[in-house]
Structures are given as C-alpha cells and as structure tokens.
Write a protein that binds this ligand. Structure first.
Ligand code: SF4
Ligand code: SF4
Length: 422
C-alpha cells in the first residue's frame, strides 16, 4: 500500500463533513441527477450517474461513520476502498465532470453533488492522482500568477498594444481607483482585444481602474483540483494586491470558475471577509448601463443567442445582467431552450478542457449544445466565459456549424455609440 494512497484515504475521511454525511444518508437513489448530466444523457453509460461517481467516498462514510457500515465492514460485507478504485475514480470525477452543478440543482432532496465531487477530487489530489495537466497549471500559476504561465511582460505588451490602438492610457498598479481588473489566461492569449474594449467602455463611463502587476489573472487551478491550500494562495495573491492598491472593487474576468473562486469561495477559503466588493465584468457593465454611464447603438438585427456559463449563471447567480446588455445591443436575441440556471454545460469546464484524455468525451457531449444551437437558427452564440468560448468554438468547428462565437464584453464595446459616431 503506497504512502500517497494512505494520504488520499486519510484526506477523504477528513473531508467527509456533516453536509456530506447528510447527502449520502438522504439519497433515495431516484436517479434524477443522471438526467441532469450531459455525460450521462449523451452516452447513456451508467458509470456517469453523478451520485455513483462518489462510491469510494460513500463507502468510506458508511464504514467509518455509520453503525451498520462498521458491522458490514467487520463481517466482510463492505470491502475497504482499494488503490485501484481511487485510480479508476480519476476518470469519473476529473475527466467526466465539469463541476457544472446541474445535478445538484435537480436533486429533489437537495444533495449538493458538485460539493461532494470537489471533496472527492481533494482526496484524489492528496493521493497524487490529480491529472498532470491540472498539477502543471497549478505550479505555473503559483510561480507566475498566470494559469498559462504568461509573465507580466506579456501583459505589458498587451497594454502597450491596446494603448496604441485606442489612444487611451491604461493604468498598471494605480492606487485608490474604483476597480482592479483581473483577466484570464485565455484572454491574454486569444482574446487580447478585451483590454482595449474595456478601456473604451470605462473611459466613456468615467470610472477609474487599474491592472495589477502582481495579480493580473484570476484563474485558479487549485479550485479544479479541490486543493483548498493552493486555491487559498491564489486568492490571497489577489486580495493582497487589492488591499495594497486600496481599490473599492475587484472585477472578475469573463471566466466562470475564476468568478466562483474569487467571488463566492474566496472569503471562506482565506478565512476572512474582503474589504472590497467583487463583481463579474458583465455585472459591472450592466450597472454602468443602468446608471446611464455609457450608451450603445441600438440595435443590431443579427440573430444571436446566449450560452450561460455554469459557474457564473447557475452557480454564481449572474443571470439578468447579460440579458439586459444583449437587449440593449440586439433586436434579434433569442433564448436557448434551457437557459439561465437550467442551461446545459458546454462540456469544457472544471478543468476538463485542459485534460488531454478527456478530449474524445468532450466532443461527444458537445452534441447537447449543438442541438440547442441548431434549433434556433442563429448566426452567433454569445457567452461571458473564456473557457466556454473556447469549447464552443472547437465544438462548432468539429461539427461544421456555420455559427460565430463572441464574448459579450467585445460586443458591447463594438456598439459603443461614441465609437460609431467618430
Ligand atoms: S437525484 Fe439526489 S436523491 Fe436522486 S439519486 Fe441523485 S443524489 Fe440521490
Ligand atoms: S456537476 Fe455537472 S458534469 Fe458533474 S456530475 Fe453533476 S451534472 Fe454531471
């Protein structure tokens, strides 16, 4: 028996808390969580039933914390969890779960399955079994502050380009401003027009803002790994920068899991409240719109729909701001069949889009999103998460669909009235 296996089992025993015990004891095996999960609905494979993915943890709970389970273990009716079972569980909790939370929302007895999956991942990480891609991105983020390992000089080059392009001065490490803007690695690498787009919007709205040279990204692989200590260090870096700069607000980028980490989990993970507020960038834009701080041309008749990112919409509660903004810029916005809190996952979240072994299954489950898009006959899908955007673009290309994917911030920036008139 290896030491790391023992550490994994010991961690699983520790993370089984009162909520997890109540979830296992109240599960009626109704199977409704399976109908909520794309990995089951698109494969019909029973191994992807959400609650079943937690079988090793359920057995540990039963054997350690229930009288019946202790008796069953004693007479050999309940076998100890083996090293091979933990190894096999990596496929179920890391490579076929986006932590989208749809199963948790649908469970009739309120079992928060995604919470249990995160704790299961914690046990697997302690056993040294987290996928190497997540471990590597955690190391990169700890060393550079960037999930993809972009140093500050890469961001500075983006800032210089955006300043040249827009003619607007962009602050780095400017204290006492309204907003500290965080980015995602995907924005730095693929959607780097975002800085110029936001510079235009904030200038028209008359708000002050800055980037930070010590905390420029909000991505948090520690959250995907279920490694609370790594998650906490990544959040603390942002909190330190925001406190040193004395900003009133921190803006989470178009990245669902980053928003969940810094907005909802952060204070609990670091063990204290923040002296600033955290908003998703789309919440900030909608607030400025509602206050009349910026105007856009109304309206484009391009037929478009919106993909709600699981972490920002279903789990994070940001559902209306994106619709307010879309209705301001488009006269032809149509909802997907299941939208807002009920939206189906793109299939790439929870770290899955970085795990090579998960790629074939991701392609397969994308068919749910394909059907949702095709029934609307749209030309554009808009979203507000860089991971969703990447997954949608890849799925659309794989399926030869004639649909474009756009980020909402860029669409708003494109329609700025001032820009159009100049
Ligand atoms: S939906 Fe809830 S009660 Fe039903 S099987 Fe899944 S976890 Fe158990
Ligand atoms: S969190 Fe989402 S992907 Fe994971 S088991 Fe639940 S429904 Fe499936």
């Amino acid at each position: 028996m290896s030491t790391s296996f023992e550490q994994g089992i010991s961690t699983l025993k520790k993370v089984i808390d009162a909520p997890i015990a109540s979830y296992f004891s109240s599960c009626t095996n109704c199977g409704l969580c399976s109908r909520a999960c794309i990995f089951f609905t698109e494969t019909n494979d029973a191994k992807y039933v959400p609650i079943r993915k937690l079988e090793p943890m359920r057995r540990i709970w039963e054997q350690e914390y229930t009288l019946l389970g202790k008796l069953k273990k004693k007479v050999g009716l309940s076998k100890p969890v083996t090293e091979q079972e933990l190894r096999d569980n990596v496929e179920l909790t890391f490579e076929s779960c986006t932590t989208c939370g749809r199963c948790s929302m649908m469970c009739p007895v309120g079992n928060d399955i995604v919470y249990m999956i995160r704790r299961m991942r914690e046990g697997l990480t302690a056993a040294g079994l987290a996928p190497k891609e997540l471990q590597e991105s955690a190391v990169r983020t700890m060393e550079t502050g960037s999930v993809m390992g972009f140093p500050m000089k890469t961001l500075q080059a983006m800032v210089d380009a955006a300043e040249k392009d827009t003619g607007i001065k962009i602050n780095v490490d400017e204290p006492n401003v309204d907003y500290l803007l965080l980015l995602s690695s995907a924005e730095v690498m693929q959607f780097n027009e975002i800085i110029g787009a936001l510079a235009k919007i904030f200038q028209q709205a008359g708000v002050t803002w800055t980037l930070s040279s010590t905390a420029h990204e909000a991505g948090n692989p520690g959250m995907h790994m279920g490694a609370s200590d790594i998650e906490a260090q990544m959040i603390q870096r942002i909190v330190d920068a925001a406190e040193q700069l004395n900003v009133k607000n921190v803006i989470s980028p178009e990245c669902g899991h980053a928003y969940m980490a810094i907005r909802w989990e952060g204070p609990n993970v670091i063990g204290r409240p923040y002296p600033f507020k955290v908003y998703h960038i789309i919440e900030v834009l909608d607030k400025l719109r509602a206050e009349g701080k910026f105007e856009t041309l109304c309206c484009d008749d391009e037929r478009l729909t919106f993909h709600d990112p699981c972490q920002a919409a279903r789990r994070g509660g940001v559902n209306q701001p994106q619709r307010n903004l879309l209705k301001q810029v488009s006269s032809n916005f149509v909802e997907m069949s299941d939208s807002q809190a009920c939206n189906w996952c793109c299939g790439g979240g929870g770290g899955m889009n970085t795990i090579e072994k998960a790629a074939p299954l991701m392609k397969k489950v994308f068919h749910r999103k394909r059907r949702q898009i095709e029934e609307l006959d749209v030309t554009t899908v808009v979203t507000m998460c860089a991971t969703c955007r990447n997954t949608l673009e890849e799925g659309i290309e794989d399926n030869n669909m004639n649909v474009e994917v756009k980020g909402l911030t860029e669409i708003v920036a494109d329609r700025l009235l001032k820009e159009k008139e100049s």
